[in-house]
Design a protein around this ligand. Structure first.
Ligand code: AGP
Length: 603
């Protein structure tokens, strides 16, 4: 979702902004813009619809500047257009603003305060910059004008504001949307994600909600909304810039699919000691042990990973688990158990739907754990406990290795909790051995790319729709595999509980409809095969993906057998590759599917 980069004091602000915005491309966007100024130059505002390369092509040669703000926009208010792209400028030409988030009362504020101002865009952001200019015209300092806007607006924002008449300063404010301060040598900068500036510094400062920052090249002044100065130490982000490199791969998604066995091995070396014991923080295990029900609250792929995680905690630790969509849970909260604990699986750690749940349950003084790929993220910082996924930066919008890391980390935590509780099931499970088998199985599957690509040619190259079916854990994988297919190939794909087809959905099956049956559970394998057969009898083009222990001679794809609780980790790999090649064969941008954002920072 929207990406922000800003810098003050740099020798070449244009270069900082462009390289930073390129690093944020993965978040998803539909237009981009920069504003650059310096003591000796003239202020330049350039905005373009589409990719950053369009913006780059429009930048005058030699534009450097020492002060700049840049933005990639993912449309919320108003269509993608140059007028709606950021930075937005006040009518007097003095103030330039970039914004990530949604101001829900912008229309009302425009009616109340800006009746005499002609707005040139459909955005809430323009309202904010016009308000700042108005308050300055009315006599406020720039900082006070920004603070006044923070007091007036409702909703979420990360703001970066440049004043044409003061090239030595940037003004920054944050509420609910992510924004970090980066401390440089001779410059200071800001970004939505540390990744944008890792080639320039590893030294970052987090911001809390409703904080305002005045930034110069050698000073960082943070205040809260009441004006009290906030002292905050910086921290080091030690992800190397190279971790996000594409290398020889055509797309990040393929690279990230291939990295999955290595992610599992990294998790084992991070969480399992030389004696094969899973090491988790003792206070976390104690808190989990005190819970009578675990509530997993997540979104999208992370929701599907939560579904796969639930049986692990139930079977290994004997604790009941509920899994919920974050976007629903906060507003339609079920009756909670007496001692609930909340677990948030989230790749980015910035998902707004999850954060509103976290904020709510914190006010209820209930314990929380975030399991995330970004240890410095908002959700990691704000939960009582945080565990890292150790997956390395995931750049493709379609999540793959983060899913693997979420499911594997959940397995490690469930095992640790089971051992803490002393359950027989946990004692029996050699998790290091079983996850090592999974890593090998994943390697076998990623090595079968060509064969999986051929299956796409036979089944998915031109179809408009497709079904994944399965039961139990296979159903959860069906949901995730279908999500992968729809988000990057735009095939209308459904993950379906195999037994439910005959209760209505089988009406959609016609000659040639692709149905992919997932079969890994000995208890229900025969039933799922029968359900697949029912679709075949009505013309469906069925692909059977079965684990080796349950495979039949005609099955099109056989997945190595792994421990039953860990099967999603193996079974999902063909689903990821089928989606990848379906997208590739249709000529789409695999890593940056239309309409989607990697980090979903609005509700
Ligand atoms: C899946 O491929 C998507 N990237 C999406 O469903 C994602 O899992 C969801 O938006 C939640 O994001 P999070 O894991 O960063 O919280």
């Amino acid at each position: 979702m929207c990406g922000i980069v800003g810098v003050v004091g740099a020798e070449n602000a244009t270069e900082v902004l462009l390289s930073g915005l390129k690093k944020l491309e993965y978040r998803g966007y539909d237009s981009a813009g920069i504003y650059v100024n310096s003591k000796t130059g003239t202020p330049e505002l350039i905005k373009r619809v589409g990719r950053i390369k369009n913006l780059e092509a429009a930048i005058p040669a030699g534009l450097a500047g020492t002060q700049g703000i840049g933005h990639t926009r993912w449309a919320t208010n108003g269509v993608p257009s140059v007028a709606n792209a950021h930075p937005h400028i006040s009518n007097d030409g003095r103030f330039y603003l970039v914004h990530n988030g949604v101001l829900t009362n912008a229309k009302q504020l425009a009616a109340d305060y800006l009746a005499d101002v002609t707005l040139l865009s459909d955005t809430d952001t323009e309202v904010a910059v016009q308000l700042i200019a108005k308050f300055v015209r009315d006599g406020a300092s720039v900082k006070e004008a920004l603070r006044h806007v923070m007091q007036l607006v409702e909703g979420s924002y990360a703001f970066a504001l440049a004043d044409r008449d003061d090239v030595d300063t940037l003004y920054v404010a944050k509420n609910k949307s992510p924004l970090l301060i980066a401390k440089g040598d001779g410059f200071n900068a800001i970004a939505s994600d540390a990744l944008a500036l890792l080639d320039r510094t590893h030294d970052f400062i987090e911001l809390h909600d409703e904080e305002l920052v005045v930034l110069t090249k050698d000073s960082i002044h943070i205040e809260n909304l009441a004006g009290a100065v906030q002292e905050r130490a910086s921290y080091t982000v030690d992800v190397s810039e190279g971790d996000g490199d594409l290398g020889a791969y055509p797309f990040y998604m393929l690279k990230e699919i291939d990295e999955q066995p290595a992610v599992i091995r990294r998790l084992l070396s991070s969480y399992v000691d030389d004696q094969g014991q899973v090491q988790m923080p003792a206070d976390l295990l104690k808190t989990l042990d005190g819970a009578d029900r675990l509530y997993f609250v997540a979104a999208g792929t992370s929701y599907h990973a939560s579904l796969a995680a639930a049986p692990m905690f139930e079977q290994l630790a004997g604790v009941p688990v509920s899994v919920h969509f974050a976007s629903e849970f906060g507003y339609h909260m079920p009756l909670l158990s007496k001692k609930p604990m909340f677990i948030f699986l989230t790749q980015s750690g910035e998902t707004a739907d999850i954060r509103q749940v976290l904020v709510k349950v914190k006010t209820m003084h209930l314990p929380t754990l975030t399991i995330t790929n970004v240890p410095t993220s908002t959700l990691a910082r704000e939960a009582d406990y945080a565990l890292s996924l150790h997956a390395g930066p995931e750049i493709a919008v379609a999540s793959t290795k983060a899913y693997t890391a979420q499911v594997a980390t959940s397995a490690l935590l469930a095992k640790a909790l089971g051992m803490f509780k002393g359950t027989a099931a946990a004692k029996k499970l050699d998790i290091k051995h079983e996850l090592s088998i999974v890593a090998t199985a994943q390697q076998t599957l990623v090595d079968q790319k060509d064969m999986i690509h051929e299956l796409v040619g036979k089944m998915l190259k031109t179809t408009r729709n497709a079904f994944y079916i399965g039961r139990g854990g296979d159903y959860y994988v069906a949901l995730e595999a279908a999500l992968k297919l729809k988000e990057i190939s735009y095939i209308q794909a459904e993950g379906f509980a195999a037994g439910e087809l005959k209760h209505g959905t089988i009406a959609l099956i016609e000659e040639g409809t692709p149905v992919i049956a997932l079969i890994s559970d000995p208890v229900t394998a025969a039933h799922t095969r029968a359900n697949a057969g029912e679709t075949q009898a009505r013309g469906a083009n069925v692909l059977h993906i079965a684990t080796a222990d349950l495979a039949q001679p005609d099955d099109e794809l056989v997945v190595p057998s792994v421990n039953g609780l860990l099967t999603p980790l193996a079974l999902i790999v063909p689903g990821q590759l089928l989606a990848y090649y379906a997208s590739l064969d249709r000529g789409y941008d695999v890593d940056r599917p239309r309409n989607l954002a990697k980090s979903v920072t609005v509700e």
